[in-house]
Design a protein around this ligand. Structure first.
Ligand SMILES: *[C@@H]1O[C@H](CO)[C@@H](O)[C@H](O)[C@H]1NC(C)=O
Ligand SMILES: *[C@@H]1O[C@H](CO)[C@@H](O)[C@H](O)[C@H]1NC(C)=O
Ligand SMILES: *[C@@H]1O[C@H](CO)[C@@H](O)[C@H](O)[C@H]1NC(C)=O
Ligand SMILES: *[C@@H]1O[C@H](CO)[C@@H](O)[C@H](O)[C@H]1NC(C)=O
Length: 949
């Protein structure tokens, strides 16, 4: 509870007032005027134990109160949980009784699960489990919700978000993430930039997020103060009313008598401040030390001032030392601020650990923190103990300091005794899907109780709000989510979300999921991989190893799906309901080709098991299915996005730049010329089942160039099967840029009407002939409409059916019928849309906000649909995107159709005429859920079977 302050911080010992021979009314007047609004009402004279009388300021008690308050620890009043109504209660909100729920309370380290009811009233959780009927009877108009056994958790808490400051859609008028006015800006506040019209609020709520910590960006070493908000729209519609627990100093009307609430602050080290201010790590670290030194000086002045004031030594004391610019950083030194430190690498973590010990303050959490799993002992040396760690699950390698990021970090760090929270950095990751980060962390080995806690109770605790959010306990805020499946299952979606007891989903759409989705997935064992991550300092060898045996026999295979022409064929599937007749089978592979399976009869196995060179691989009830094709990112031409020296680089924008004569008229850039093999993202994609990448040259202009299809597992371009097809399709992109959209369409029209030069002219002629697809990155429905018309015009003129493919295509669902009729294919990139820009904002959000997702709706209009990814690291997760899209479509998309989304369809839409015939062997389950682990790739193209573990 509230601690009384002590004053021994290196100050001179406090002594009794000495004799005072003079009155110093004038000086006191100055002090009290400086101290506060109530200050000078006159001065009183009093007698100190027979000594000559001393003048003390009339507000001496107030000053002393403020001095006492200096070292109060933040937190709620001690009787906080006795509250009967939330400070956030909105009059009129009905009490709610959620009946028959499976309740994950967050208690007992995330291990407690209670079957029963939850009663919400006055914005609070009133009871959990066995709810007393008499309690409920005390309230009028109680709404009863039958959860029918569904999982219920506290609302999700995102400890690292830029919701509201980096809003959707992104508009120049609404970007308030970073200030560039200096490296150290502790006086700035994210609250001052909070856009109340960010479209992402409702989307994040629909993913179960109820609270977000809105941090300033990471351009500065000290970027400013963060504010933790609830995502519910309030009656007042103000920004202040969103703030969960108004922290000290928020509105300048503080009283110093009660315990302050926590403040939050952003720090950043490493590359971001380095890059933005063109400085070295040494400069950034000095900026920190200089700032903390300044804060320390003010703190010491205050402490010494207060030591005297509390001892009644008013003589010559002057005014209370303070500085509005530095008061927040002084509060860090007083332990009243949760410091959130964007910090990746061992070098930076070490700098910060030293800084905390030099100035004696605590860091609440290291964020991003991609190398923390390599240095747990260093972290434990931080002042006040190891900070918590806030991580992405698989988003890594986008810059040097993220290059050694590991998917095993969450489990390695918790194994080392550290607290781990998963975070979105929204909109870096759409916080609607923050739960997916916990799911992936769980898949890669984080225990299920800790995985759920990592986005609920752990962040609530790290932020200092575990007295009211993050747990389902009586007296806590009534923030909870009713889920349509176990929350760690792929595609888990809220059926309803309550914030402050108020239901947030007006007319939620949900469907009943299969029973096995009601349990946490049984995840594979990655112990060896996790050990290797540490052993090889984040760069474990991940190259596939070719089996030396001519014949590989996979045993205990539950399902086998193969490609036959442009269809997916189920050879057998013992996991399908109604397919009980099937037992697990064996599948024989020779030189990368399936020979037969035991389902065809016992002869199959018999003729190969005596073969001189056989490798047996037990899939433990797993599966074999077609390998995936990843498109949409710069896979294969980029290694580290933000390090240009590692990449192929960007093509010249022919609409705006001078075209160097040596390039020749109409030259198109071929992605095949820029291929780099064995990038880590490509190898990870390979070992997670995306064995082929299709990539176009990087461009910010209209014309990108010619795509290429390549093997993500090949060591170099000249290896067998490394390049499937030199030229796949011609890629263009229509988006707001240097030239107008109408100009870009005019240029496309010219090219399609034969006005180009050289190679461009030849390629566009083959587009008009219907031979080569024109792949157009486009989001907006109006632009899509223009392109549909253009295609019609070109076909009328040329008399041939032209192949158009739209990628991105956030708004394609608005013209699903027209796109279907025009026979245009769509690659949804990313698979789950986000209204990131104005012209991409009219998304079809999918359940629970709409019945359909875009894939299901487009398929219903006979559109060929595929899934793409935006960034290289996402290729490895394509398998989960497929599973997720299918489950989201609540049965509309069959298993075969789902597989086609990332195989046959994507090949067809991108002009791949040499199909990816690879198959993926998966242990334990299918490629598409959180139980399967890829162990092998069967490759006819490469003439063998590779083992990837
Ligand atoms: C809770 O819901 C489940 C699933 O609908 C049902 O089987 C069970 O009988 C219900 N229990 C109670 C106590 O209503
Ligand atoms: C200032 O914040 C406090 C909570 O810290 C709140 O009680 C008070 O109403 C606020 N005042 C104004 C003017 O917004
Ligand atoms: C097949 O796999 C299942 C699931 O792991 C296991 O229970 C069973 O023992 C395995 N059977 C054989 C013959 O290996
Ligand atoms: C889609 O194709 C099927 C089969 O060719 C046809 O029956 C159906 O009417 C088509 N649907 C639409 C919306 O065009």
């Amino acid at each position: 509870m509230d601690k009384l302050p002590t004053y021994h911080l290196g100050q001179p010992a406090v002594s009794r007032p000495k004799n005072h021979s003079k009155r110093f009314r004038g000086l006191l007047t100055a002090i009290v005027l400086a101290i506060g609004p109530l200050a000078y009402l006159g001065a009183v004279t009093f007698d100190l134990g027979g000594q000559p009388a001393v003048q003390v300021p009339v507000n001496a008690e107030q000053i002393k109160g403020r001095c006492h308050a200096l070292n109060l620890t933040p937190g709620p009043p001690s009787n906080f949980l006795e509250r009967t109504e939330s400070d956030r209660f909105e009059a009129g909100a009905e009490p709610v009784l959620v009946k028959n729920a499976t309740i994950w309370t967050g208690r007992a380290d995330g291990l407690e699960v209670v079957k029963g009811d939850v009663f919400l009233a006055n914005g609070l959780i009133k009871a959990v489990g066995d709810v007393d009927g008499n309690l409920v009877k005390k309230y009028k108009d109680v709404k009863v919700v039958d959860a029918k056994g569904a999982w219920v958790t506290p609302g999700i808490v995102d400890m690292h978000s830029h919701l509201g400051v980096d809003s959707a859609p992104e508009l120049q008028g609404a970007d308030d993430t970073n200030s560039f006015k200096g490296v150290v800006l502790p006086w700035l506040r994210s609250l001052d930039g909070l856009n109340t019209h960010d479209e992402a609020y409702r989307l994040s709520v629909s993913g179960g997020v109820t609270t977000s910590n809105v941090l300033p960006g990471s351009a500065d070493a000290i970027g400013g103060q963060a504010f933790t908000i609830k995502l519910r729209p309030t009656k007042e519609r103000s920004t202040s009313s969103l703030v969960l627990e108004p922290p000290f100093g928020m509105n300048g009307t503080e009283d110093y008598t009660s315990r302050p609430r926590w403040r939050q602050m952003k720090h950043a080290c490493g590359e971001n401040p380095k890059r933005v201010y063109d400085q070295t790590r040494m400069d950034t670290q000095w900026a920190f030390r200089e700032a903390y030194n300044k804060a320390r000086q003010i703190k010491e002045q205050q402490d010494s001032y207060c030591a005297k004031a509390l001892a009644g030594e008013w003589k010559g004391l002057g005014s209370f030392p303070e500085d509005l610019q530095w008061e927040a950083l002084v509060d860090v030194l007083r332990g009243k601020v949760k410091v959130h430190n964007h910090c990746y690498e061992a070098v930076d973590l070490d700098n910060m650990v030293r800084l905390t010990n030099e100035f004696k303050f605590k860091i609440a959490a290291f964020h991003h923190a991609h190398e923390t799993y390599l240095v747990p002992d260093l972290l434990k040396k931080a002042y006040g103990g190891a900070p918590a760690i806030a991580l992405f699950a698989t988003n890594a390698r986008y810059k040097r300091e993220a290059y050694r990021g590991s998917e095993f970090a969450p489990r390695l760090l918790t194994d080392a005794g550290l607290k781990v929270g998963m975070k979105s950095d929204h909109p870096v990751l759409n916080s609607r899907y923050l739960l997916h980060e916990a799911q992936q962390a769980h898949y890669f080995g984080l225990a299920s109780n800790l995985a759920l806690a990592s986005v609920i109770s752990t962040p609530a605790t790290i932020l200092g709000y575990d007295h009211r959010i993050g747990f389902l306990k009586p007296g806590y805020d009534a923030d909870l989510v009713i889920w349509d499946s176990h929350p760690l299952q792929i595609g888990a979606t809220p059926k309803q979300v309550f914030i402050d007891g108020i239901p947030q989903l007006g007319n939620p759409f949900y469907s009943d999921k299969p029973d096995y989705f009601q349990h946490a997935p049984k995840v594979p064992n990655f112990d060896d991989e996790a050990k290797d991550a540490v052993k090889y300092e984040g760069l474990p060898p991940i190259e596939p190893r070719r089996s030396e045996k001519e014949v590989v026999i996979f045993t205990n295979v539950t399902s086998l799906h193969i490609r036959v022409g442009d269809h997916i064929k189920e050879v057998f599937d013992a996991s399908r309901s109604g397919a009980k007749a099937y037992e697990p089978q064996s599948v024989v592979v020779k030189n990368g080709e399936i020979q037969c399976s035991s389902v065809e009869g016992s002869g199959c196995l018999a003729s190969f098991s005596d073969f001189p060179s056989v490798q047996w691989v037990n899939l433990h009830g797993g599966s074999i299915s077609p390998a995936l094709v990843s498109y949409g990112s710069l896979l294969g031409i980029h290694e580290i996005d933000q390090e240009s020296s590692t990449n192929d680089g960007r093509v010249i924008d022919l609409l705006t730049a001078e075209n160097p004569a040596i390039l020749g008229e109409g030259t198109l850039i071929h992605a095949v010329d820029g291929l780099e093999f064995a990038t880590r993202d490509a190898l990870l994609a390979y070992r997670d089942g995306a064995t082929v990448g299709i990539t176009a040259p990087e461009s910010r202009g209209l014309i990108s160039g010619l795509g290429v299809a390549f093997s993500t597992g090949a060591p170099h371009k000249l290896a067998k099967g490394a390049v499937l097809q030199d030229i796949t399709a011609v890629h263009v992109s229509i988006h707001p840029s240097a030239s107008s959209i109408s100009t870009q369409i005019a240029v496309l029209r010219n090219l399609l009407y034969g006005h180009g030069e050289g190679e461009t002219k030849r390629v566009f002629r083959s587009v008009v002939e219907g031979e080569v697809p024109l792949v157009i990155a486009v989001q907006n429905a109006d632009i899509i409409a223009s392109l549909i018309q253009l295609k019609g015009d070109v076909e009328k003129l040329g008399g041939k059916r032209v192949k158009f493919t739209f990628t991105g295509a956030n708004e394609a669902h608005l013209l699903a019928k027209e796109i279907g009729e025009a026979n245009i294919g769509v690659i949804l990139t990313p698979a789950r849309p986000y209204p990131g820009t104005w012209k991409a904002r009219r998304i079809l959000p999918g359940p629970p906000l709409s019945e359909n997702n875009a894939a299901a709706l487009l398929l219903a209009h006979n559109v060929t649909v595929a899934l793409g990814v935006e960034e290289q690291w996402q290729s490895r997760n394509l398998r989960f995107d497929v599973g997720w899209t299918a489950i989201d479509a609540h049965g509309y998309i069959s298993k075969n159709d789902a597989i086609a989304l990332a195989t046959i369809n994507v090949e067809k839409l991108l002009g791949l005429s040499t199909p990816n015939t690879d198959l993926v062997a998966v242990e334990h389950a299918s490629l598409y859920d959180f139980s399967g682990k890829v162990v092998g790739v069967i490759s006819k193209r490469e003439g063998g079977t590779s083992l990837v573990r």
